[in-house]
Design a protein around this ligand. Sequence first.
Ligand SMILES: [Zn+2]
Length: 330
Amino acid sequence: MEYQVPRKFPTTVVGSYPKLEPAKQALRKIRKKQASPDELRGLFVEAIRGVVEDHLWAGVDIISDGEQTREDMVVYFAERMNGYMPGEWTRIFDNVYFRKPIIYGKVEWPGPLTVEDWKIASSFAEGRPVKGILTGPYTMLEWSFDLYYGDRREAVIDLAKELRKEIEALVNAGAKYIQIDEPALSTRPWKEEADIVKEALKIMLAGLDVKKIVHICFGKIEYILPYILEFPVDQFDLEFKNSNFRLLPYLKEYGYDKELGYGVIDVHTTQIESVDEIVEDIEKLMKLGILSPEKIYIDPDCGLKRLPREIARQKLKNMVEAAKIARQRW
Ligand SMILES: [Zn+2]
């Protein structure tokens, strides 16, 4: 039973979703060391099923597992990979703290990290494709302390080689869409940094017959844009709504011609974008005249994890309705 993803303006999600109650409960127990993730599998399955049900209810075409088992996008992988150890609590901004992990030895893939969740989501997806999503090696390094490599490029390349094994495991399980999240790249928007990521992506994605996506959000994407256009990927998934579509003229200026994950939902506000508003925002891109509807994927700016579930759900629903209207119009 294969689901037909619409040819024009397919809808998707970036990845994370509000943690549903069973996942919150499980993560709390893990944090207090009352149980291991394996013992709490049932709670996570329940949470992932809830996420998939919401995605199906909204009508999203290419869905995700909602990253219900990942308390944090970097720590999740770091806690499980060899060569890493947990760090101390570090303040990132305001009152947001995170336990910045430490690289103390050669990093090594310990075996599948995300495949089980991907399979669970797929089992509830009624044939819709589920994105395989992982945190990229550049962001893994940037948001860790490195006490072993001492050379940023070398560390990123080693991480890329290990993460490729995760991607292969996802592809072997049947994933058709692979998304690598590199939000840290927009915080260091220079050519030398982009070149490191490009080299890492080649290692991770070469020769794989899947849709290859990189997600970058917030920060100075317009500065990095000219340097990332040659990345060996099919699609960039970028944030637009939160920065009021500031990036649009740069797409034209730099001759952007890959597929685009077009962020039309602001994940930092609980205000729900209306269907009309989203259609107008799609029109902003269509007016540029640079991409056909076949190359435009409609999605939120970033993961929805910080929103209340009811708001996230409704935002997705309006997004899907807007994409349907766009399919009629363009
Ligand atoms: Zn993001």
